[in-house]
Design a protein around this ligand. Structure first.
Ligand SMILES: [Zn+2]
Length: 449
C-alpha cells in the first residue's frame, strides 16, 4: 500500500485490473449471486468492468446468503447480530464485520466484510487518510497525544460507530482516547460531555460541525481541536471556512461507506483522492452511461477489490460524484473527486424562554429510520413551532408511527410545543437536480426567496 500511493496512472490501473480479475474469478466460483448474474458472460480475463451487470441493493438484500461466499453465515445469524446493540463493533463468528447503511434510498443495506478487507481499510486509513507516511520519519507524536471523538448516530451497526467500537475492543488501552457521542442527545448535554472529554480530533457530519461551531463561538463549547473531520453530507465551502475559523483547526473531508470504509482521503490540497487501487468508482448518468470528468454523475457504481466474503461488483451506491479533470498539484495520480452528498438543512425551532433551538438533520433522520423504520421521507420546517412530514407511497402506512417517533424525540428535547403534521403529498425532489433533500428548512427558504 505504501508503494501503491505514488504509482502513476498506468501502475494504479494495472493493480486494479489484476485485483478485479482475481475478484471476478473468485465471485464466479464461490458466490451464488454472481454465478446467476454473470451466467453466459465470457471469462473474466477478457472482460472490462463496463461489460458487467450493475448490482442494485434490492438484489443484494433479496437473498443475502446468496451474496456471501461460502461462509456458513445464515440470514438469521446476521439478523440476530444486528438486532443486538451490545455487539456493535464486535466480530460475527470471530471473523466478520457486519455493517448496515442507513436507508436513504429505500431499504437499509447489510454488508459483511472479512478480516482481510478490514486490514485493507485500516491500512488505507492509517497510511493515506491519517498521513502516517507524511509524518515519517518523525512519526513519534502520532496517536500518542490525540483524543478522538466522533459525534454520530451511534444506536445502530453503522460503519462509523462500528469502526470506533472495533478499535476500542481491539486496543483496550486506547479506549479512553477514542469515544463516540450520540447525536440524539440534547445539544447542551452533548456540549457538556465534549467539554469534559476535551477531544483534539473530532469527526462529525458537516451540519453537526456547523452547530458545534455555533456553540464554540457562543463560548458554551470550549474545545481546542487540531482537526475536524467531516463526512456523510456535502461539505460546503462556507461550512468548511466557518468551522476552520471558529475552531482554528484544519477541516478535512472524509468519504467512506458501509460498502467500503475508506473510499477516498483528502490530500494536503484538500482534494479527495480515491483509493483507486482498492476500490473502483464509476460515475454514470441516469441511463448507466459513464460521465466524463467535470460532470456530476447521477449515481456511482462501486467495486470493492478488498472484500471476498461479500463481493460488491458494480454496486449502485446512489451517490453523485464529479471526477476532477487534470492532475492534482500534490502529485498523487489517484483520481480526485468531489462528492455531492446529502444537502440537508439544520432546523431552528422555538425553544424555552424564546431562544431558538437547533435540530440536527442527522438526528431527525436517525429517529425516523430507527424508531419508525421509515426511509423515504421528507421533513419540512414550515414555522417556528411546526414541522411537516411527507412519506413515500410504500411507507405511508407508518405515518402515525413516524409522527409519534418525532413527537417523542421533541419531548425528550423539552420542545413539546413543536407540532408535527402529516402531509399526504409524496416527498418533493429538487426540480433541477432531481435530488431529494430529506430535511428542509422551508422557513429559511421562504425568507431568502
Ligand atoms: Zn492531491
Amino acid at each position: 500500500m505504501w508503494s501503491g500511493t505514488w504509482l502513476d496512472r498506468e501502475g494504479i490501473a494495472q493493480r486494479a485490473r489484476q485485483r478485479l480479475a482475481a475478484l471476478l474469478r473468485f465471485a464466479r466460483a464461490h458466490v451464488p449471486l454472481y454465478q446467476r448474474l454473470h451466467r453466459g458472460l465470457p471469462p473474466a480475463s477478457s472482460l472490462s468492468l463496463a461489460d458487467l451487470p450493475v448490482l442494485h441493493k434490492s438484489q443484494l438484500m433479496a437473498d443475502l446468503p446468496a451474496s456471501l461466499a461460502a461462509s456458513g453465515l445464515s440470514r438469521a445469524a446476521v439478523d440476530a447480530f444486528l438486532s443486538d446493540p451490545a455487539r456493535i463493533g464486535a466480530p460475527l463468528a470471530d471473523h466478520y464485520a457486519v455493517w448496515t447503511s442507513s436507508g436513504s434510498t429505500g431499504v437499509p443495506g447489510i454488508f459483511v466484510h472479512d478480516g482481510d478487507a478490514l486490514a485493507v481499510y485500516d491500512a488505507l486509513e492509517l497510511l493515506r487518510f491519517r498521513g502516517l507516511l507524511d509524518a515519517l520519519p518523525g512519526a513519534g507524536p502520532f496517536l500518542a497525544s490525540e483524543r478522538y471523538a466522533m459525534v454520530a448516530a451511534i444506536e445502530g451497526h453503522f460503519a462509523g460507530i462500528a469502526s470506533v467500537e472495533r478499535l476500542r475492543r481491539t486496543f483496550p488501552l486506547l479506549a479512553p482516547w477514542v469515544r463516540a457521542f450520540s447525536v440524539l442527545q440534547p445539544l447542551p448535554d452533548l456540549v457538556e460531555r465534549l467539554n469534559s472529554y476535551r477531544p483534539t480530533l473530532l469527526a462529525a457530519y458537516p451540519t453537526v460541525a456547523e452547530l458545534l461551531a455555533d456553540e464554540q463561538q457562543a463560548g458554551r463549547l470550549r474545545l481546542s481541536l487540531e482537526e475536524m473531520w467531516c463526512g456523510g453530507e456535502s461539505l460546503s465551502a462556507t461550512t468548511r471556512a466557518q468551522v476552520a475559523k471558529v475552531f482554528g483547526c484544519r477541516v478535512r473531508e472524509a468519504y467512506g461507506a458501509s460498502e467500503f470504509l475508506s473510499i477516498a482521503w483528502p490530500c494536503r490540497h484538500d482534494r479527495l483522492h480515491v483509493n483507486a487501487d482498492w476500490v473502483l468508482l464509476e460515475g454514470v448518468d441516469a441511463h448507466g452511461r459513464p460521465v466524463p470528468p467535470g460532470v456530476p454523475s447521477h449515481t456511482t457504481l462501486l467495486t470493492n477489490l478488498a472484500n471476498r466474503t461479500q463481493p460488491l461488483i458494480r454496486y449502485d451506491l446512489g451517490d453523485s460524484i464529479t471526477v476532477l479533470p487534470g492532475q492534482c498539484p500534490c502529485g498523487c495520480a489517484m483520481p480526485a473527486i468531489e462528492v455531492q452528498g446529502r444537502c440537508d438543512d439544520v432546523l431552528s425551532v422555538a425553544g424555552p424562554h424564546g431562544a431558538a433551538v437547533k435540530l440536527m438533520p442527522l438526528a431527525l433522520a436517525t429517529v425516523l429510520e430507527d424508531d419508525a423504520l421509515v426511509n423515504d421521507f421528507q421533513l419540512l420546517q414550515t414555522g417556528q413551532r411546526r414541522l411537516v412530514l411527507r412519506l413515500g407511497r410504500a411507507e405511508r402506512a407508518r405515518a402515525d408511527a413516524a409522527c409519534a417517533a418525532l413527537r417523542a424525540y421533541l419531548q425528550r428535547l423539552d420542545l413539546p410545543w413543536v407540532g408535527i403534521a402529516f402531509d399526504p403529498a409524496p416527498p418533493h425532489r429538487e426540480p433541477a437536480s432531481g435530488k431529494l433533500r430529506r430535511v428542509v428548512n422551508a422557513v429559511r427558504a421562504a425568507a431568502t426567496a
